[in-house]
Design a protein around this ligand. Structure first.
Ligand code: ZN
Length: 302
């Protein structure tokens, strides 16, 4: 996938007007929440250029004593690689970056440094300027940003990544789920992340929010996606359990063969409808098979 520095505002399709949705091509949606006390940028996109465009969209609202705050939903590149704009001596728009403690720890480890080097080698025009910059205001489980008219309740939703957080705004019953749910399904990064991710999905679904926005799903898909994601993993688990109970041979190495072996086709365990039908082929075969392999490993570990 090649990346772009484009960032556009998505026209409002029914959510509260104080939330702006920013879109970086096909890659990711990020959010700006305007409250009486603060303008809160939720994520900083892929590099300083795209982060600066978020600030541009926020600028008209930075009046009347409102201060700028930044949140990282997690440390993945499409959510936190514009951080340098806000922290450090060279920061163009100094602001605290709020995230989980685990998110900050990722910036100290070698993994994301390696990822950055890989991305810079492939697409220098997009990633050369990125300097990994850790968030500065850290919490473990929950933190509330008191905006006056709106309160942003940040809470840990580990699974997709261990450092992931979501945001609920009770006054408008709106949930910013970030990457805790995705169309057609979210990915846990580790086997142990899989049960954590399903627990986080259940927690988000239980909020029964009126409006739910995601970083990688259509803006109009609503809270049903949370239940659809849960149902996908429930069905996947049922197929895997049934197959394991028959004490079979090793799972097939080939993705198509594995899916056939378990009788667990993508179409059979996802909802009908065009949003689900028109996903990239990856999600029907390689991605789906990867989920099956992870589920099998998880069940065998237990
Ligand atoms: Zn993402």
């Amino acid at each position: 996938m090649s990346h772009s520095n484009r960032l556009e505002l998505v026209h409002n399709q029914g959510w509260d007007e104080r939330i702006l949705v920013c879109r970086n091509g096909e890659l990711v949606d990020t959010f700006i929440v305007v409250t009486d006390n603060h303008v809160v940028l939720i994520d900083t996109v892929i590099n300083p250029t795209t982060a600066a465009k978020m600030v541009e969209f926020a600028q008209p609202y930075l009046t009347g004593g409102r201060s700028l705050l930044v949140v990282n939903t997690h440390a993945d590149y499409d959510h936190a690689w514009g951080n340098q704009l806000f922290v450090g001596a060279a920061a163009r728009h100094a602001a605290p970056i709020i995230a989980t403690r685990l998110c900050a720890e990722r910036f100290a480890g070698p993994k994301d440094v390696e990822t950055l080097a890989e991305f810079q080698a492939k697409e220098p025009a997009i990633f050369d300027e990125v300097k990994l910059t850790a968030p500065t205001l850290l919490f473990d489980q929950t933190l509330t940003i008191q905006g006056g008219d709106l309160s942003l309740e940040l809470f840990a939703t580990p699974g997709h990544t261990a450092d992931h957080l979501s945001i609920y705004i009770p006054e408008i019953r709106t949930l910013l789920a970030a990457d805790a749910a995705e169309l057609p399904y979210p990915f846990a990064r580790t086997v142990d992340g899989l049960p954590a991710m399903r627990a986080s999905l259940a927690k988000l679904a239980a909020l029964e929010a009126d409006y739910v926005l995601y970083c990688h799903a259509p803006v109009t898909i609503g809270r049903q996606l949370l239940n659809d994601n849960l149902a996908y993993f429930d069905a996947l688990e049922a197929h895997c359990r049934q197959w394991l109970a028959q004490s079979p041979a090793a799972p097939a190495a080939d993705d198509v063969a594995l899916i056939a072996q378990l009788g667990c086709l993508y179409d059979a365990i996802t909802p009908q409808g065009s949003a689900w039908a028109h996903v990239a082929p990856y999600y029907r075969v390689q991605g789906h098979a990867a989920q099956i392999r992870m589920m099998l490993e998880h069940l065998q570990k237990k």
